[in-house]
Design a protein around this ligand. Structure first.
Ligand SMILES: NC(=O)C1=CN([C@@H]2O[C@H](COP(=O)(O)OP(=O)(O)OC[C@H]3O[C@@H](n4cnc5c(N)ncnc54)[C@H](O)[C@@H]3O)[C@@H](O)[C@H]2O)C=CC1
Ligand SMILES: NCC(=O)COP(=O)(O)O
Length: 326
């Protein structure tokens, strides 16, 4: 069965997203089909583009031009300088892509980076990022952020919160749900029958028997024991400083981490260029490049498109894996 095209969102028009959409089209136009939802006036215009009336026209257009589902914005796109007048449309484009994915007109959603501060300034966007907004749009209570590259997959259990709030936010229920959603996602979309999950400790040396913190023994261990008894393949809590070297990585399929930087530093260090952000637990596939709006290089034509290209490739792979299992 042919896969429906992937919906790629505009993201923040003052960032590198639209430049990367054009570069991704050049790289992928003979490999897969996607369409961009954006204001055509915002495109840098280094590649041909063609406005389509609906996703079903994308496949015909893709080999010759970047298919674009036009979404008028209220402001202009000035590199590195977000216009608050655009914020509402940035958000509306994400909702539109989700509608298309929920109805099957798009096989997946791939999001270009948004600038959280620009959205807060322009619209009172109440969400920390796409991840939580997508869960809201899809009507699901809990989703999981996973970042993936060839060498590593990582999941932050707590995401965009202050470091001081991590211990109080980290509950047994949150950790359990994170592990469950990760396991299901790796089974459904990545062909792993029983994923091997390595769980990081919260404290240095995973607490070192209580000498450096109690959460590892008191909170993490009971959750792991319970899930292992249910058949999960889990190890941990592991000291986070020694679980990301090559030999350690070979022992697991994904690392469950306790907070944002514990998860994202190792993957962005290993493969910033090709890392992909995936949301697990949604009723549709969502991927994104692992980087942000990169205002410092926007408009210069030097942004590296590899992460966006890999995000579109992974979206297509996950969507077809799901199609064959449903
Ligand atoms: N999925 C999303 O919507 C994401 C959004 N963000 C948002 O992006 C904004 C900026 O975040 P930062 O922390 O500055 O991270 P950033 O990823 O935008 O930039 C960090 C550094 O990496 C470089 N960089 C990023 N992408 C690049 C590319 N494709 N090619 C070459 N160099 C690249 C930038 O020039 C900068 O020096 C924030 O508002 C943040 O919340 C950050 C990550 C993901
Ligand atoms: N640090 C990852 C990030 O900011 C991406 O967040 P999201 O917008 O995908 O929720």
């Amino acid at each position: 069965m042919t896969l429906a095209p992937i919906a790629l969102t505009s993201g923040e028009p003052a960032g590198v997203g639209l430049e990367l959409a054009e570069k991704a089209w050049e790289a992928l136009r003979k490999e897969l089909v996607f369409f961009l939802i954006a204001d055509p006036a915002h495109l840098p215009g280094h590649v041909p583009h063609e406005v389509i009336q609906g996703p079903s026209e994308a496949a015909d257009v893709m080999p010759r031009a970047l298919p674009i589902l036009a979404h008028p914005f209220f402001g202009e796109a000035t590199a590195g300088q977000p216009d608050p007048n655009n914020a509402e449309s940035v958000v509306d484009v994400i909702s539109r892509a989700v509608d298309l994915a929920m109805t099957g007109a798009a096989s997946a959603v791939c999001t270009a980076p948004i600038n959280k501060k620009a959205l807060k300034d322009g619209t009172d966007f109440p969400w920390p990022g796409h991840t939580e907004f997508l869960a809201y749009l899809a009507g699901v209570d809990r989703v999981v952020m996973m970042l993936a590259c060839d060498q590593l997959r990582v999941v932050p259990t707590t995401i965009h919160i202050a470091l001081k709030d991590v211990p109080s936010t980290l509950t047994a229920a949150l950790l359990r749900e994170t592990i469950e959603i990760t396991r299901n996602g790796l089974q459904d979309y990545f062909g792993l029958q029983e994923p091997r999950l390595a769980v990081a400790g919260l404290n240095p040396h995973a607490g070192e028997g209580g000498a450096m913190g109690l959460e590892d023994a008191d909170l993490i261990v009971p959750v792991l024991n319970d899930l292992v008894a249910q058949g999960y393949d889990l190890s941990g809590p592991l000291p986070a400083d020694t679980m990301f070297h090559a030999a350690a990585r070979a022992r697991y399929d994904a690392a469950i981490c306790m907070y944002h930087d514990q998860a994202l530093i190792p993957i962005k260090t290993l493969d910033f260029d090709k890392g992909v952000n995936v949301t697990l637990g949604l009723p549709f596939v969502r991927t994104s490049p692992d980087h942000g709006t990169a205002f410092d290089i926007a408009g210069k034509g030097i942004a590296n498109p590899s992460s966006t290209i890999e995000a579109l490739r992974l979206a297509a792979k996950m969507a077809s894996a799901h199609q064959t299992t449903t």
